[in-house]
Write a protein that binds this ligand. Structure first.
Ligand code: SF4
Ligand code: SF4
Length: 159
């Protein structure tokens, strides 16, 4: 009885060893999937769904953002600061609120996309850009709406 048990255990151990070896050999010979970054930068494909940097697309020279601030309120991290100013509407002669600066602190964004989902005008979206390293944290504070005026006024938190 002892010899039979011994042989059963030996057979089971050999079977298990062979199964492991077969898996190793399969992986060894299949097509390599490791990406050699940055050497492959020219051919690197990032998923469309990857959330890299928040951006505000410009269509026909205009952004869709009206400065309502819904995205700012939706953001759990205080990453977005919407600064508005008042302008006189040339059609009605009445003052109206317009977007002045749309500030985004990339350093505090957790890419949850709550801001994008909350925007009723589809004015913001994520690009799949991922090379964002900078030496100065202040450079992570980006103004998303185009402007010719200088200097963001919002400091990053947790310097
Ligand atoms: S991005 Fe959208 S939600 Fe945010 S302020 Fe502009 S229009 Fe409002
Ligand atoms: S993705 Fe999330 S954390 Fe980043 S700005 Fe939008 S709401 Fe804030």
């Amino acid at each position: 009885m002892g010899v039979i048990n011994y042989l059963k255990t030996l057979f089971s151990a050999c079977k298990s060893l062979l199964t492991g070896l077969m898996t190793t050999m399969k992986v060894f010979f299949r097509k390599k999937t490791t990406e050699e970054y940055p050497e492959n930068r020219a051919t690197l494909k990032i998923s469309e769904r990857f959330r890299g940097v928040l951006t505000m697309p410009v269509v026909d020279g205009k952004v869709k953002c009206i400065g309502c601030g819904i995205c700012q309120n939706a953001c759990p991290n205080g990453t977005i600061t919407v600064i508005t100013r008042s302008e006189v509407n040339p059609e009605t002669g009445k003052p109206k609120k317009v977007l002045d600066r749309y500030m985004y602190d990339h350093g505090s964004c957790t890419y949850c996309q709550l801001c994008v989902n909350a925007c009723p005008y589809d004015a913001i979206t994520f690009t799949n850009e991922f090379e964002d390293a900078v030496f100065d944290r202040k450079k992570l504070v980006l103004q998303l709406n185009p402007t010719t005026e200088p200097a963001p006024t919002v400091e990053p938190e947790n310097k």
